[in-house]
Design a protein around this ligand. Sequence first.
Ligand code: RAT
Ligand code: ZN
Length: 415
Amino acid sequence: MNSIAVQSLETTVSEVLDGTPFIDIHTHLFAPGFGKIGLWGIDELLTYHYLEAELFRSSSIHPSKYWLLSQTQRADLVWKTLFVENPPVSEATRGVVAILQALGLDSNARSLAPVREYFQNQKLADHIPRVFKLAGISEAVMTNDPLDPEEAAIWSAGVDTGPFFRAALRLDRIINEWDAHWSVIAAQGYTVQQDCGGQTLSEIRRFLAAWVTRMQPVYMAVSLPDSFLFPVEDARTHLIRDAVLPTCREFNMPMALMIGVRRQVNPLLKNAGDAVGIADLRSLENLSREFPDNRFLVSVLSRENQHELCVYARKFFNLLPFGCWWFLNNPSLVAEITRMRVEMLGMSFIPQHSDARVLEQVIYKWRSSRRSIAPVLAKAYELLTVDGRAVTREDIQGDVSRLFRTNFQRFLENS
Ligand code: RAT
Ligand code: ZN
């Protein structure tokens, strides 16, 4: 097999990245059977909360006035402010430009009318496979909340998730907002108490088992605040230790922990009002060590926690770092974090997920990630070549498949 010359490494890596369909392991997208809760199209793209946060920095509109507008008016305002009056250079704004280009639409136009017309003419069943192909992904994992009344009703009616989407059982309301949600579970016929006493924990296991059967999720997931501590005397510790982790073991599925979000530091901004904080990852150390029979997919939101996460992944083999989450999904940080992970973990991690909330976002998010990651991998192969070990296209293909497909698949299967 031919080894690759140093000057050709980046081209080869890019070709392999472009030619490998990835598994998008965390999104907020939905299969078409979920109807209106699956977001797509230009008005959803422009009112993405990443863009709304940027709108308020460049427009004088007060958030309270903005929320009174119709979605079309909001999208028009975002377009005018961030795309017509200013060059859209930020990651989130440039993303919309990249989507329009990939779909053959003009991003220089002042009016959104032709773009709206294009989306009105799309049939979702054909649009999804085309978007996935443009994004270079074969499937996407959804975020499925059993306590979302709208979503729960769709699951209970027996929705078909189809070939492109897999479920993930999201537990934020149960684990993080127990006081507000225990009674909802009680009303569904489970004998649970606010203080987690009595039969609560076995009843939550019964509740989770029913949802696992219904959703067939690939993992359970929760986002956790920067202040997350485990173990401590709180409902969260009881629920994780005595309900969620035993259920994960029973069904042989990993638990995804997304640590470091500070919810609603500015509630005026709604979905855009969350921020980031540095977490104490000793809680992750405790979980990884005390539950060797559980597997944890882990993403941390603060840049400052990234190195510690790599160190913990070297200590605990039931821990799989994934993604450059949310505020980290920028070219400079994706490059920095991926480089650190390759240096410390080889190829034993999952570099990225899209976190797309609106279908077409997978196009720009994956284009951008491939572009940021290609030079990082090429540099690692260059150093290896210079130090005496030649690299072949097959080596690169094996690594890319591992990073973006089989590390995840094997972690799910525990193989
Ligand atoms: O990235 C996002 O859109 C965030 O609002 C969150 O959804 C975050 O990714 C999460 O899953 O909690
Ligand atoms: Zn997310």
